[in-house]
Design a protein. Structure first.
Length: 83
């Protein structure tokens, strides 16, 4: 059932709960609030970044590989999508 609703991980279930609270205005129990606050603090402490879709945020680097006679300079371009 969790797979059907895309809630297979604890992280996704917490995100769904946050969304439901924001949209429906439901009141959370003390335990739920404590868990949400704990997760929020962990995100800030670990420097986690939320991205909305692929391509939203990435990291790019260029590495000089060398020089090939007759061709010229060779560079490696690397891009990592953070999604």
């Amino acid at each position: 059932m969790w797979l059907r609703h895309d809630l297979e991980s604890f992280k996704k279930r917490l995100k769904a709960l946050e969304t439901k609270v924001a949209n429906d205005g439901i009141v959370l129990s003390d335990n739920q609030l404590a868990v949400l606050e704990k997760v929020k603090n962990q995100r800030e402490a670990s420097g986690e970044i939320e991205t909305m879709h692929p391509g939203y945020l990435g990291s790019q680097d260029t590495y000089y590989v060398g020089n090939i006679k007759g061709i010229g300079r060779i560079y490696q371009q690397t891009f990592v999508d953070t999604y």
